[in-house]
Design a protein around this ligand. Structure first.
Ligand code: 13P
Length: 303
């Protein structure tokens, strides 16, 4: 993970894609192979309990054989202490995220430091979080009132005291399909200040899905009821974030929207069919295209 960050910093954002099943693993690895760029494959605690860790590990191992050219790192997204310990002990993960961002500053430091020590002893990297992101992801639901930007001065102290390898920052994004109200967007002032205090330190942007309007319309035209204020982050903002030190770009919602659109259109267009293989194949193809385009669109200069 740290090697991928070193190569990418200031040149391109590394797409970090959350996977929950075989179709997503195929689509993500195929897209990465076509893009010829490194990726991060993310597994959340919900995906571990949905699929069973052994199933996930088997599928990732198979993907590694099938898509042997792919340069990837396997990451646990949004773990608590137990999830991180179990992922580190499994020997399967290159990095873990310890998410104790809702604790107070000192408690966040002490929990993160304990995980960093364990992880580094096993050659596993650690992403930590400071500040609070709004929105909903898996079983975490934070109202926008609870969201809090990362304090740049605290970020320096946090990184120095915990020795974490990357830092997830709260700078205006949120998880899910409803990210911004009105004209609100990313706070580049906060991001620039963090970068100036932590030069070359890899920052992580959670909540980085684009939530494209055409996907929302297609879902709704095929029977969905997503709300009109669904909104994500623009590519221009992502590139500006990369210029400000963001090296890892987390994406889950766009993959779910794509899945929803493919399934809804398939069953609307062929109500007489009942075959998981056909929409499954379309989803893998479209996801591979999405991942390739997404990775390539995050490049500032040739890697
Ligand atoms: P999105 O909801 O914008 O896809 O963000 C996903 C994420 O940050 C995973 O940790």
């Amino acid at each position: 993970m740290t090697d991928i960050f070193d190569r990418a910093y200031g040149k391109y954002g590394v797409g970090a894609f959350n996977v929950f099943n075989a179709e997503q693993i195929h689509g993500v690895f195929r897209g990465a192979s076509d893009s010829r760029l490194p990726i991060i494959v993310q597994i959340t605690p919900v995906s571990r309990s949905y699929m069973n860790p052994k199933f996930l590990e088997g599928m990732i191992t198979a993907a590694e054989l099938v898509y042997e050219s792919v340069d990837f790192s396997l990451h646990l997204d949004h773990g608590n202490v137990e999830h991180c310990r179990s992922a580190i002990e499994s020997g399967f993960y290159n990095s873990v995220m310890i998410d104790s961002s809702r604790e107070d500053f000192e408690k966040n430091i002490s929990i993160t430091s304990e995980i960093v020590k364990r992880a580094h002893d096993s050659n596993v990297a650690v992403e930590a979080e400071l500040g609070i992101l709004g929105g909903k992801e898996d079983d975490i639901n934070m109202g926008s009132d609870s969201a809090r930007y990362t304090d740049p001065d605290q970020a320096v102290e946090f990184v120095n005291r915990t020795c974490c390898d990357s830092l997830a920052v709260a700078v205006g994004t949120s998880h899910g399909a409803y990210k911004f109200k009105g004209e609100s967007g990313l706070s580049f002032d906060v991001l620039k200040r963090i970068q100036s205090l932590l030069p070359r330190f890899p920052l992580v942007l959670h909540g980085a899905s684009a939530v494209r309007g055409d996907e929302i319309s297609r879902i709704n035209n095929a029977g969905g009821k997503l709300k009109a204020d669904a909104k994500g982050i623009t590519n221009e903002d992502l590139l500006n974030a990369v210029r400000c030190g963001v090296t890892k770009i987390n994406i889950a919602t766009d993959m779910r929207l794509l899945w929803t659109r493919v399934q809804r259109e398939f069953f609307r267009n062929s109500p007489e069919l009942f075959d998981p293989v056909l929409p499954g194949k379309t989803y893998m193809d479209e996801l591979a295209n999405f991942v390739r385009r997404r990775c390539q669109s995050l490049v500032l200069s040739e890697p």
